[in-house]
Design a binder for this molecule. Structure first.
Ligand code: ATP
Ligand code: MG
Length: 303
């Protein structure tokens, strides 16, 4: 559906997006995952045609809209990272405003709005001012507005940031529902649990896409093993000094230690911890999670 080739955006001395080549297929839920400043928003804006790339190409394949950024907007829905609606307008007035940008007739907007508001569960709040909606409801309204022109593809830029866990779940249900109805979705997120929900995940770090695969593919190609440790200490950083240990980081209430050879590493770790008089509660091998994969790709922790 969209294919990029060495897509690049430079702002002054900063390369915000660095030679990104990805392919988003029709029907995908394509996740763009990465820490703050990785270049996710900049990449999305280029794909939607809002900003012009410094280098590289974007090809729009099999889209019904005109090819190229100018014509692409009609068949693309874009939900920006920052809340972009009018707080002093009601839910329905915001929808009319967006619909009018696409020259939709009021009767068409009314009919589509009812359908989408039913899906996003905002139907009861048509007359409420946008400013008076909760964070999760604001995001749903932004989604509703992005859907009003019936796009074939939706770009959602960190749609669940700052939204409570329950609303995040609901938001994802809606994403799946829309995808089942045939809408291709690109969604950016810093949350690892959301990466697991995507069909394909591209991991971005410092402007580059460093890995693209299905969540299970990413985990399968992880070249190391993970030892999970519970110990009565908040610090195990000293384990990095061991030859057998690639990395150590805190993971909820336990530690993850990245190793190549489980048995050798286990022996060395047990010895080192005992030598420091720390009580080792548990050490066991666990399968890598998607967060383990990303921590090792980025060399630092992601949310
Ligand atoms: N218009 C701009 N002018 C100059 N620098 C910019 C501009 N837009 C983005 N940048 C810089 O480009 C880099 C990538 O920013 P971008 O907003 O694309 O990252 P992001 O992955 O979306 O981050 P976040 O998760 O915080 O939204 C950052 O260092 C940012 O400061
Ligand atoms: Mg962003």
């Amino acid at each position: 559906m969209i294919e990029t080739d060495s897509l690049t955006k430079v702002f002054g001395k900063l390369t915000a997006v660095d030679r990104v080549s990805i392919k988003i297929n029709k029907g995908d839920i394509f996740g763009l995952v990465g820490p703050d400043g990785a270049g996710k928003t900049t990449l999305i804006r280029m794909l939607c045609g809002i900003i012009t790339p410094t280098g590289g190409n974007i090809r729009y394949l099999n889209t019904t809209g005109k090819k190229g950024p100018g014509g692409a907007t009609r068949s693309f829905g874009y939900m920006p990272q920052k809340f972009s609606l009018y707080g002093d307008l009601t839910v329905m007035e915001n929808i009319y405003f967006f619909g009018s940008l696409y020259s939709l007739k009021r009767s068409v907007i009314n009919q589509r709005a009812d359908e989408i508001l039913e899906l996003t569960k905002l139907i009861k709040f048509k007359k409420r001012f946008a400013d008076e909606l909760s964070g999760g409801m604001k995001q749903k309204l932004a989604l509703t507005c992005a859907l009003i022109a019936r796009p074939e593809m939706l770009f959602l830029d960190e749609p669940t940031i700052g939204v409570d866990p329950e609303s995040r779940k609901e938001f994802w249900k809606t994403i799946y529902q829309l995808n089942r109805e045939g809408i291709t979705i690109l969604v950016s997120t810093p949350y690892m649990d959301e990466a697991e929900l995507c069909k394909v995940v591209a991991f971005m770090d410092r402007g580059k896409v460093v890995a693209v695969d299905t969540p299970s593919g990413l985990k399968k190609s992880f070249p190391f093993k993970i030892l999970e440790i519970k110990a009565n200490t908040p610090f195990l950083d000293f384990l990095r000094g061991l030859e057998e240990v690639k990395d150590v980081y805190f993971f909820g209430d336990r530690f993850h230690v990245v190793v190549s050879n489980v048995e050798q590493a286990r022996a060395a770790i047990v010895k080192e911890i005992a030598g420091r008089g720390i009580n080792l509660v548990q050490i066991k091998e666990i399968p890598p999670s998607i967060e383990d994969v990303f921590v090792s790709l980025a060399g630092k922790e992601v949310v």
